[in-house]
Design a protein around this ligand. Structure first.
Ligand code: IPE
Ligand code: IPE
Ligand code: MG
Length: 248
């Protein structure tokens, strides 16, 4: 009969070390089912568990998930309230598995502006997994990249004022160290950024860190995004030619 070309398989030597995902489309997922938007967020949370395990088993070293932006406060109070409750439920339910998977949780964002219970859940998750040595699961929660960059600029200006550095000494390494991704060290810049739901924009996410990331946009709504689609995105990443401005 016909000879079928074998499906490409993932090259385990070239797994993107840091994948960042803009988890979009929860509201539309719910709307399609005539459910309230919060039902989409609940299902989105369930999918965080699925994709976290898939990424960890694939050998990803850091997975950053955009969970709540500094602009998301514009949404109705009840939706924001629900979104603030989700981290509490998520860490409560998922902590044993995170520990079993050896995943280390990090949460970056303006944590002081979160409701007390949300902030507490985030800090506890970081403390409870601090000894884990596997994949870093980095949540962007009340995160906004422009504010992050402004804060870094302010901090460096203060360092200059205090005399600990001179303006000439401000370089990329100093800037990296002043950003919220600094705890990720050499993994700070995502190799692959995925956005679900068909929107093709960045929405104030990792503007500095994304300078040379590969971008993959998929139509799948976040609650529908599967480990197979994650594999697909990684295959697409592996088919790209990353030149970083140079030549092949
Ligand atoms: C992503 O889903 C989750 C958050 C931004 C908190 P949305 O809630 O943005 O879903 P859509 O874009 O309305 O479908
Ligand atoms: C981006 O999604 C933020 C998160 C996924 C947390 P939004 O749904 O808030 O982005 P816009 O409004 O479509 O740009
Ligand atoms: Mg959205």
């Amino acid at each position: 009969m016909f000879s079928k070309k074998p499906a490409p398989t993932i090259d385990s030597n070239r797994i993107p070390a840091h994948i960042a995902i803009i988890m979009d489309g929860n509201g539309r997922w719910a709307k399609k089912r005539l459910l309230p938007r919060i039902a989409g967020h609940k299902q989105g949370m369930e999918n965080v568990k699925v994709i976290t395990k898939a990424a960890s088993r694939m050998g990803v070293k850091a997975l950053t998930l955009y969970a709540f932006s500094t602009e998301n406060w514009k949404r109705p109070n009840d939706e924001v309230g629900y979104l603030m409750r989700l981290p509490v439920d998520f860490f409560d339910a998922f902590m044993p598995e995170l520990i079993e998977e050896n995943v280390r949780v990090h949460v970056m964002g303006y944590l002081d502006d979160l409701p007390e219970a949300t902030k507490k859940a985030a800090l506890k998750a970081m403390a409870d997994t601090a000894q884990n040595t596997g994949m870093i699961l980095n949540f962007a929660l009340n995160y906004g990249s422009r504010s992050e960059i402004l804060d870094a600029a302010r901090q460096l200006a203060q360092d200059v004022q205090a005399g600990t550095i001179t303006t000439d000494q401000i370089d990329e390494a100093h800037f990296d160290a002043a950003l919220m991704t600094a705890p990720l060290g050499e993994l700070a810049d995502p190799d692959l950024v995925i956005r679900t739901s068909g929107e093709e924009r960045i929405s104030n996410f990792l503007l500095w860190q994304m300078a040379y990331s590969e971008l993959v946009f998929t139509d799948a709504l976040w609650p529908d995004f599967t480990p197979e689609q994650l594999d697909q995105a990684v295959l697409e990443y592996q088919a790209r030619d990353r030149r970083f401005g140079g030549l092949k």
